[in-house]
Design a binder for this molecule. Structure first.
Ligand code: PLP
Length: 414
């Protein structure tokens, strides 16, 4: 096995067409798409019988540990179109102390902070940019809460595609800087991510940008799908009892749900599914409200606010897909407030030495709440998604100065 086999060896591809997620209408593969003719997300469909013949679990064992090991289930056809920055398999980190303390089952954190640009947005954007390269797209635009814009900037710059990115004005400083440093034109906007999305939509009509917004572009979801493929493979072709996912636009949740379906169809897993649990912040919880109201679409959440900026998404174009996955899996949607998010972050850092991002901390807070409410059983093995490195976020200042000119009382260090 060579480190770059997955990026260089030609392998058969199986995309047959794209399908409207609402109406099922077929759209041709290998041409530029945004939403379907019905204005809904497009899902990539594969000849899964063909994949089943071509791919074995043993063949995967011999491949390098990156997301391109699943090429037969991905849309990029030619190796020359792959734009890579080293998309490693992310580790699953158990949290035994917290499991013991809570008296619950295994807590496993899938740490997506190890990916290029420090977040799971790399998975979606590596696929979107590789497909943009394949399809000859020259200028991509995107609304972002930070991490997605950083990943788009990095991959697009690597392959010479121009990018224009809009983010809410209070987007974490590190995100705005990394986007700019990685070669994009970035603008802070006095509004939320959906206001930024409107600017991109208008720019698409007026200056021909390619709109790379969540689920308005068909391939980000295919990249995010690899979280589900990878998770199942890491667990020995099994799935956990529940997945807690910090839900903004929901691409990852929808993508994992699609992954499990495809894995079953190619015979790699059975019919068992994890309960999909959509975690939101109480200051922006449109999916939780829609779930509780028993409806299929979520109206815009007004005055959205939370410290977990990645999940501050007032309205999601894939709302019905998120809710469908949550309901079909017998999962639920749950909101946690900023206080619970902060204390979850502190608790895991202090007790397990693991620094979550605020969105990841929301999943731990939600898990604790769900145990308390008996919505998740004490024996359940759960996976929490830590979607970005905790180091990307502002950290509290520590004032602990030692005056080396004064006598030091070493007893304080005991
Ligand atoms: C750290 C982090 N967590 C979660 C999310 C939400 O992801 P999704 O759009 O897949 O719901 C984001 C999106 O910006 C994010 O940056």
């Amino acid at each position: 096995m060579r480190f770059d086999d997955n990026l260089t060896a030609e392998r058969p591809t199986f995309v047959t067409h794209l399908e409207c997620a609402l109406t099922g209408e077929r759209h041709d593969a290998d041409i530029v798409h945004n939403l379907s003719r019905a204005g809904k997300p497009l899902l990539v469909r594969y000849d899964l019988a063909g994949v089943k013949n071509a791919l074995t679990k043993d063949a995967l064992v011999r491949r390098a540990p990156d997301l391109w090991r699943y090429r037969e289930l991905l849309p990029v056809r030619k190796t020359t179109d792959i734009v890579s920055l080293g998309e490693c398999v992310t580790p699953i980190v158990p949290m035994p102390r917290l499991s013991r303390k809570l008296g619950g089952g295994d807590i496993l954190v899938k740490d997506e902070g190890r990916l290029p640009t420090g977040s799971f947005k790399a998975r979606g954007l590596v696929m979107a940019v590789s497909m943009a390269k394949a399809l000859g797209i020259k200028h991509m635009a995107m609304p972002t809460n930070g991490n997605a814009g950083a990943a788009l900037a990095a991959y697009a710059t690597r392959t010479g595609i121009k990018t224009t990115i809009f983010c809410p004005e209070d987007t974490p400083e590190v995100n705005v800087s990394e986007i700019a440093l990685q070669g994009a034109d970035v603008y802070r906007v006095n509004g939320l991510i959906d206001d930024c999305g409107k600017i991109v939509g208008e720019g698409k009509a007026k200056v021909g940008w390619f709109d790379t917004s969540t689920l308005k572009e068909p391939y980000r979801i295919e990249g995010k799908k690899t979280m589900g493929l990878e998770l199942a493979e890491q667990l020995g072709w099994d799935v956990p009892d529940a997945i807690f996912y910090p839900t903004g636009g929901g691409t990852g949740l929808i993508g994992m749900w699609k992954a499990f379906d495809e894995l079953e169809k190619i015979g790699f897993i059975g019919s068992k599914r994890p309960r999909m649990i959509a975690v939101q912040a109480s200051g922006c919880a449109p999916m939780v409200k829609a779930f509780e109201d028993g409806v299929e679409h979520a109206p815009r959440w007004e005055n959205a606010h939370t410290i977990a900026s990645g999940i501050r998404v007032p309205q999601a174009v894939g709302d019905f897909l998120i809710l469908r996955a949550v309901r079909e899996s017998k999962g639920f949607a749950i909101a946690v407030d900023d206080g619970a998010i902060s204390s979850a972050l502190n608790e895991m850092a202090r007790e397990e030495g693991f620094l979550l991002c605020p969105e990841g901390a929301a999943t731990y807070a939600a898990y604790k709440q769900s145990l308390k409410d008996d919505r998740v059983s004490k024996s359940a093995r759960v996976v929490l998604f830590n979607c970005a490195s905790g180091l990307k976020y502002p950290l509290p200042k520590m004032e602990r100065k030692l005056d080396r000119h004064q006598p030091i009382d070493y007893a304080i260090f005991k």
